[in-house]
Write a protein that binds this ligand. Structure first.
Ligand code: ZN
Length: 314
């Protein structure tokens, strides 16, 4: 996939002025009501359940990888400006082995090692598609788009995870680069969608997600469209990669990804992350979201595609 993107870029430059490329291509997630999603204050703390992580790396290795993924988005720089965004990701280790997905003001990062299933299990008892590598569920207010909670589940039932940059020799057919994948998923956590569109994606209520527009107002092309420009395929928020080597490239944000963080959460001087005020929790968490029109979008398609592409190519 990366190789193909490079070839396309060359062809475009040869035949057309570079200026014909779109200036930017990032895509924001929107709610069923059409509101673009964002945190009110972009200080996001992820609680990483590391009580018994998968054996390929130790807890410290997973933790530092997740923290590096957060750092990629935090205090990002663009065009020589030292810092253009207020986004600050913090990843904290918790000793839990697992944790529930839900609207409870706890943003969780969880390995699913004993079955690739949501916790709590949905009413119909179904589990996730086994080819999905990771799923991020974001809970936001339907009308304002304010994100309240995000949970990231990593499929450690069907796949193993590692550090491809340091240990490429350990990577087999089902191994994936943890840091690269989490960097992509953290983009979803702050309200970004893919830079291309996969028709058929649905909201949790089953209605189809309409084709979004990018930040320039252009309809987002299908992910299956030929000759997608490099600004789309080079982004960390692109939908798929074909190999672990390409997955490593997700670790580095493209200028387009950084532009998204800086446009949605622009840097303001004297900005500091305050300790979160704890909203009423307990039994009211989910009902609060439902009453206020909260909804969740599960992002399965991205990494689902990633896995399928990898299989076809290898
Ligand atoms: Zn994705």
């Amino acid at each position: 996939m990366r190789t193909r993107a490079t070839v396309v870029m060359t062809a475009v430059v040869a035949g057309l002025p570079a200026l014909s490329l779109p200036a930017a291509a990032y895509v924001r997630t929107t709610t069923e009501a059409g509101a673009a999603t964002a945190w009110k204050t972009p200080c996001v703390t992820m609680e990483f359940s590391l009580g018994a992580p998968p054996p390929e790396m130790d807890a410290a290795g997973y933790l530092s990888a997740a923290q590096a993924a957060g750092e990629a988005w935090s205090r990002a720089s663009l065009d020589g400006v030292d810092r253009c965004t207020n986004v600050i990701f913090t990843v904290e280790q918790v000793e839990d082995v697992a944790g529930p997905v839900g609207m409870d003001y706890h943003n969780r990062l969880i390995f699913r090692q004993n079955g690739w299933c949501r916790d709590p299990l949905p009413k119909d008892g179904s589990c996730y598609d086994s080819s999905a590598l990771a799923i991020t569920s974001v809970f936001q207010l339907k009308n304002s788009g304010e994100i309240l909670d995000a949970d990231l589940e990593v499929n450690a039932t069907d796949f193993t995870w590692g550090d491809y940059a340091s240990h490429p020799e350990q990577f087999g057919y089902n191994t994936n680069d943890f840091l690269g994948a989490v960097t992509h998923e953290f983009g979803h956590v702050i309200g970004l969608d893919h830079t291309c569109f996969s028709p058929g994606k649905t909201f949790v209520d089953g209605t189809l997600v309409p084709r979004p527009v990018d930040n320039s107002g252009n309809p987002v092309p299908d992910c299956s469209a030929p000759n997608l420009p490099a600004i789309i395929t080079d982004a960390t928020m692109y939908v798929s990669v074909a190999t672990p080597r390409a997955e490593v490239e997700l670790r580095s944000l493209s200028p387009d990804d950084v532009q998204a963080a800086c446009d949605i959460y622009p840097f303001t001087t004297n900005f500091v992350c305050q300790p979160p005020s704890t909203p009423a929790t307990g039994g009211g968490g989910c009902s609060y979201a439902v009453q206020r029109g909260g909804g969740a979008i599960a992002c399965a398609l991205a990494l689902l595609t990633m896995a399928m592409v990898g299989r076809r190519r290898r």
